[in-house]
Every structure is written in structure tokens, then in C-alpha cells.
Design a protein around this ligand. Sequence first.
Ligand SMILES: N[C@@H](CCC(=O)N[C@@H](CSS)C(=O)NCC(=O)O)C(=O)O
Length: 384
Amino acid sequence: MPVSSLPNVREFSTDGVVLVGDLSQADVQEALSDGKFASWIYMNPESDANFPLAAKSALGEAFKQVTVEGSTLTRGLANALTEAMETLPRPTMVQCSTATRASIAYILYKAREKKWPQAGALQRAREMGLKFFSKPPLAAFVRDSLRSDGLIFRQLFDTSGSSTYTYLLGCPITKEAVLIDPVKEMVERDIAVVDGLGLKLKYAINTHCHADHITGTGDLKKKIPGLKSVISKASLARADMFVEHGDVISFGADSSSINLEVRATPGHTDGCVSYVCDNMVFTGDALLIRGCGRTDFQGGSSEKLFESVRNQLFVLPDETLVYPAHDYQGRTMSTIAEEKALNPRLGVAKTKEEFVEIMNNLKLDYPKQIDKALPANLKCGIDD
Ligand SMILES: N[C@@H](CCC(=O)N[C@@H](CSS)C(=O)NCC(=O)O)C(=O)O
């Protein structure tokens, strides 16, 4: 009998992982035949009537029983499941009553392997149709397990005039930290916040080559030896490290590293990227609160921006927190659900044609600092 005919079966052949529900003893024997499975994880207690005794006897150390039920849903359990998935030989069978809890083991393992932040992992789990979403306590367990425990986070505002938000993210264990979109005029403030929290800056990251202010990256690099600047390759700006869609910037402790997933979100400029971290997305000027970045200079394209927001940002879980690079009305954050419903330019009710029409008629003044900001930012914020 092929594995595909087992009850509630879900095969991830490239990972050598099969998720399955309760099996008859005959199915267990069949699954073990010809060495089809080199390891097995069973998620019900040993007392369960369907306990696959034959698998335990045949596989010895490669058989792991890990009870996944209400009272055991802790970070310790998530770590044990992930470790079992990482270390057991392939192919491995992951079994529970209906393959619902088994899907938890799979997403925890894939998120660690691919360094997906929580929001990115949950998006992919949804796209894969993993069954744990059908049980709210299990979905909550997965969400909590994928959070970056104790992540340090500060939102800092440019009071010198550009209304830019700079974001500080830090690891509570190693104290490594990154700044997203620092502003030249606010560098002393940023350093004071970093020092005050006992953090060590590793990366100064830009979402794009800004036109309205000079990045603080160059000055930060002068003051903090070893600090690396980061920007997208497509921005054509100077930096120590270039990122592209799909890259992950990691910092913090190995065991619980903090991951920033890079998503290309061109349209405001061709080199715009957004960074997904934990349950947040830092959207730069691609998606603003109830708005979006203008598309009338720096290679801007309304069509591209529409695709970027719809295909890279609105696919994130609804509860993902949106942190933009600017707000001109004192708003600090939004969510993907809010922007999908309420963004007057590109909420889901708007077509691409309507969006392009809106963008063609914004009639915004050019940013006051554009003539000095653009050349400086192409050189990592060095103003000469
Ligand atoms: N008045 C400001 C510039 C305001 C502006 O154009 N903001 C940009 C982002 S910075 S290039 C934008 O895309 N705005 C979209 C919008 O709808 O406001 C200045 O002079 O700096």
C-alpha cells in the first residue's frame, strides 16, 4: 500500500517528512516495511489505544514519543519537537490522531530551518494548508512558539523634520541590535537609546535610498567601529552588505536568533525592500498607514507598488503589525488587516487601475531635501 493512501496523510517529500493520523497496526507494519521510514514521532501518550508499538520496537532510539496536548503546550515542548525533527533520520513519520498536531512539528522545523520570522512562517503555513489553524489553542501555541522571546523593540521618531520612524530591534540575550532607517540628525539620540539599553549595534539597515532625509548610517559607522551598513542591491547605493528578496538578516543568540526576512517591495523606488521580523513588518515607504509611498520619481512605478503591496505585504497574516518609515499625522502603527480594509489608495477594494489613477493625481511637492539627500544616500549617508 502506498504511503499516500494512509489516513489524513500529508507528504513533504523534499523534507522526507510524512504527517499522518491514527493508523491500524497493519498500516504501521506496512509503513515500516522495506525501511520506508527511518524514524517516527508519536504525539499521543503511550497509553493511547493506537500507540504504534511495532514502530517503537523496530526503530528504537529513532522512535520519539512527545505528548502534545493542552497542558504540555510550552516553549520546552516546541523546542523538543523542533529538535526531534532536526535530528531524526529521514524519512520520518510524524503521527497524531488526525495529523493536526503533527503539522505543528513540521512548521516549527521549517521555520527554524529557513529562518522564517513568525509572520512569514504563519503565512507559509496557511498557504500549505497546515491543519493546526483549525484548533485555536494549537494555533496560539504555534504563534507563541515562533515569537522571538523577549525581543527588544523601540520606535523612534525624527523630530528634526522628515517625520521618519527609525526602528531599534535588539536581542535580550546577546544584546546585539540593529537600526532600521536611521536619520543623520538623530544619530546622537539613537546612540543614547542603544547605549542606555546596553545594546551593541551590528547593522544599520535601510529600507531604500531615501529622498527626504540623509540616512544616519554613515555617521553611525564613524562612531561605532564594526557596524555594517545594509541596503538592497537594487538600490544601487553604497553599503557594506547588500540584500535581495528572500535573504534573511540574523542577529542575536544562535538558539533564538532574530531574523529579518527581506521582501522586495519596489514601486516607491526600484530598490525598496520591507523587512519582516517576528510579528511585525517594516515597510519603509512602500506601505504607509492609510497611504503609500509616492511613485513620481526615483524610478517609481505605481503598477509595481500595487503588485508589491498586494503580493508581498497583504499576504502576511492579518494580525501582522505594520511599521512604516513615515507618518505625517502622528500615527505610529497599523496592521495588515487594517490596511487591507481601510487603506484608501490600495486597500483590497481598489483595483490596480484605480490605484494608478490616484497616484497620478497626488500632486505632492518634491521633498525639500531631495537634492542633497539622494546623492548622499547613494554614498551611505556621507554628505560632502
Ligand atoms: N514634505 C516632505 C516629503 C513628503 C513626501 O513626499 N513623502 C514621501 C516619502 S519621503 S520621499 C511620500 O512618499 N509621501 C507619500 C504621501 O502620500 O505623502 C518633505 O519635504 O520632506
